[in-house]
Structures are given as structure tokens and as C-alpha cells.
Design a protein around this ligand. Structure first.
Ligand SMILES: [Zn+2]
Length: 141
């Protein structure tokens, strides 16, 4: 049995137990699920918050097992190395610097550094072009 967090059309939140995701869908289609507060059967599963890394906490390291995954890891490693070689490290001033470059306040140059999730979201909203840089255990020394 899986517990899903549910909410109805009026944003009432409650829990429901189901065999699996398909069981939830079936019961919902048949109108078997209703909100305990307002009795509405317009019920949805609450979205799971996606797992995000702030770059400030230790991350789980994935172990590549297949040949293809290893090749992909090598390519990522190579790309990350090149970016670091050809860009200035700006530490936690990344968002500030990236924005200055984007709005033409300073000479464009390659930079890399750390940004919090909030900062990254702000950059996306401002249309700043950037990408997450993969970090490998050997980069941490
Ligand atoms: Zn309700």
C-alpha cells in the first residue's frame, strides 16, 4: 500500500491509501474517492517536490555501471574540466556576475561558481543563459 497526499478542488488536503498509482486512478474515475471535508470527488494527487541540490550540501554520488554510462560520465567530466579551465571562478557571486554579463554591465566572459536554487530561479526569470556544471568527487580537493 502507498500513501498519497491528496487535495480536492477546494484545496482541502488529506491522505489516501492505495495499492499503487493505477489503483488511485481507477478509484478516482469511479468516483470512489471524495474529500472528507467537502465531499467533492474532484481529487488530485499532490505533486511531489522534485529533489533539488543547492550545491551546498553533500550530494549522493551515482556510480556508473554500464559502458555507456561510463562514457557519458567521461564526457561530462571532460566538459566540466574544459569549462573550469576556460572560465573564471567567481564563487558564490555567480548570480550577481552572470546578471552583470547578461545585462552588458561588464565585459562578457566565461564564469562559473555557486548559486542557490533561489538565485538560479531568479537568473532563469531574467533570461540569463547558464547551465549546471557537474561536480565529480575529484573536484572537491
Ligand atoms: Zn474538499
Amino acid at each position: 500500500m502507498i500513501r498519497f497526499s491528496l487535495h480536492c478542488e477546494h484545496e482541502h488536503e488529506f491522505d489516501g491509501w492505495f495499492r499503487d498509482g493505477a489503483d488511485f486512478e481507477t478509484q478516482k474515475k469511479r468516483g470512489f474517492i471524495s474529500c472528507p471535508i467537502c465531499n467533492s470527488s474532484k481529487v488530485e494527487k499532490a505533486l511531489m517536490a522534485p529533489a533539488v541540490s543547492t550545491g551546498r550540501q553533500k550530494e549522493k554520488v551515482a556510480l556508473a555501471v554500464s559502458e555507456e554510462q561510463r562514457k557519458l560520465m567521461d564526457r561530462l567530466r571532460e566538459m566540466a574540466r574544459k569549462v573550469r579551465e576556460n572560465a573564471d571562478y567567481v564563487g558564490d557571486k555567480f548570480a550577481e556576475e552572470a546578471r552583470k554579463i547578461h545585462f552588458g554591465e561588464i565585459e562578457p566572459r566565461g564564469i562559473y561558481g555557486e548559486a542557490s536554487i533561489e538565485e538560479a530561479k531568479g537568473l532563469i526569470e531574467d533570461g540569463v543563459d547558464f547551465m549546471p556544471l557537474p561536480e565529480f568527487p575529484e573536484d572537491r580537493n
